[in-house]
Design a protein around this ligand. Structure first.
Ligand code: PLP
Length: 362
């Protein structure tokens, strides 16, 4: 039986624009070799920062481009969090962010996700009771791991709370441009550019191996982040950042995103179709219009170790759903299905095997 990896939340190799990146690398080395091969300012390669700043309508000094967005997230965590500070997250959330926040010794509080984003009422209650988080970390568009999109109404409410109770919002949007249907909602940054650290990355749009991500931060945080970056790595690779800038200047990013949508949309709908066919009586799931993931919640909690091991016996690899939860046991029965790196046939077969394993456990 062919091994199916429902663990792979990465872009497939066929999505990489290798020839175009080769042209960008050649052109950058030929025309800007002196600059990109030298040390540079820690905020990042100026021309890429200007392109991002133009797009967001901010001063380029507010844009920090780093070695992937995850490291910038780590900088934010280490700059902002004092031991035992409270940090709010969605539950489930991106497992690596949980690790970063815990490493900075935050007390991480999770708010359960419903179909339109996290439970804001519960958040309001805790704030009214006197809790004061340093920030809330959100993935509002096609969330990893669940696929959820935060509703516009909740976006407004969260921003109002952030202003009223004086906390930062970190919004992480690496999947925002990967919308296959429907209309974009305003980002939290659009609603409150003074309160929101907006971060994203070219990992899911061009290539994760380039390690180019960015954060748009309010001052004085941007300057503090730049100092932190300088003391960590002097500057992140200008060569890679200049390649991304060249890619954008040649007007290749929008066609690339269009191609990605064409590649991923059938994979998303294959996932939703397969779930409907095989798991209707076993689970509920998000029905996102974009992104990389569909989060599945089994109707009955299962022993996750058993689930993972029995799936492996069926040549099916699953990610441990408990990793995405602040209280690990809440993740018994949560399965993340990353669909972008699998063909529709592999998805259909993978979901059928998953359903068989779950039925065997009931
Ligand atoms: C929500 C989220 N944030 C950040 C990252 C890391 O991105 P980068 O490659 O820019 O470090 C990922 C990668 O999967 C992600 O899903």
């Amino acid at each position: 039986m062919e091994l199916i990896k429902l663990t792979w939340g990465v872009p497939p190799v066929e999505s990489f624009p290798i020839d175009r990146l080769q042209e960008c690398a050649e052109s950058v080395l030929l025309t800007q070799g002196d600059e990109v091969l030298q040390y540079g300012k820690s905020r990042g390669y100026p021309r890429l920062r200007e392109l991002i700043a133009d797009d967001k309508g901010v001063d380029p000094d507010r844009v920090i481009v780093g070695q992937g967005s995850l490291q910038l997230q780590d900088f934010c965590a280490r700059l902002l969090i004092e031991p035992s500070d409270v940090v709010y997250v969605e539950e489930p959330t991106y497992d690596r962010s949980l690790t970063l926040f815990r490493r900075a010794q935050a007390q991480v509080v999770g708010f359960p996700l419903t179909s339109d984003g996290l439970d804001v009422e519960r958040m309001e209650e805790r704030l009214a009771d006197g809790e004061r988080p340093m920030f809330i970390y959100l993935i509002p568009d096609f969330q990893n791991p669940s696929g959820t999109v935060l509703s516009e109404e909740k976006r407004h409410r969260i921003v109002r709370l952030a202003r009223a109770y004086n906390f930062w919002v970190i919004e992480d949007v690496p999947y925002r441009r990967l919308r296959y249907r429907g209309e974009d909602l305003p980002s939290l940054f659009d609603l409150a550019p003074d309160r929101v650290l907006h971060m994203s990355s070219y990992s899911k749009l061009i290539s994760p191996g380039l390690r180019v991500g960015y954060v748009v931060a309010p001052e004085p945080l941007a300057s503090r982040l730049a100092e932190f970056a300088e003391d960590t790595y002097i500057n992140a690779s200008y060569l890679n950042q200049a390649m991304v800038a060249e890619f954008i200047k040649r007007d290749w990013l929008e066609p690339q995103i269009k191609d990605l949508r064409g590649l991923y949309e059938p994979r998303l709908y294959a996932t939703l179709r397969a779930l409907g066919e095989h798991m209707e009586d076993l689970a509920t799931w998000q029905k996102p219009d974009g992104g990389f993931f569909v989060g599945v919640t089994l109707n009955d909690s299962v022993d996750t170790d058993e689930l993972l091991s029995q799936a492996r016996d069926q040549d099916l690899l699953l990610t441990d759903g408990r990793n995405f939860f602040t209280e690990r046991q809440n993740g018994n029965g949560f399965v993340r299905i990353p669909f972008c790196a699998l063909t529709p046939q592999e998805i259909e077969e993978g979901v059928a095997r998953l359903a068989g394993v779950v039925r065997g456990l009931l």
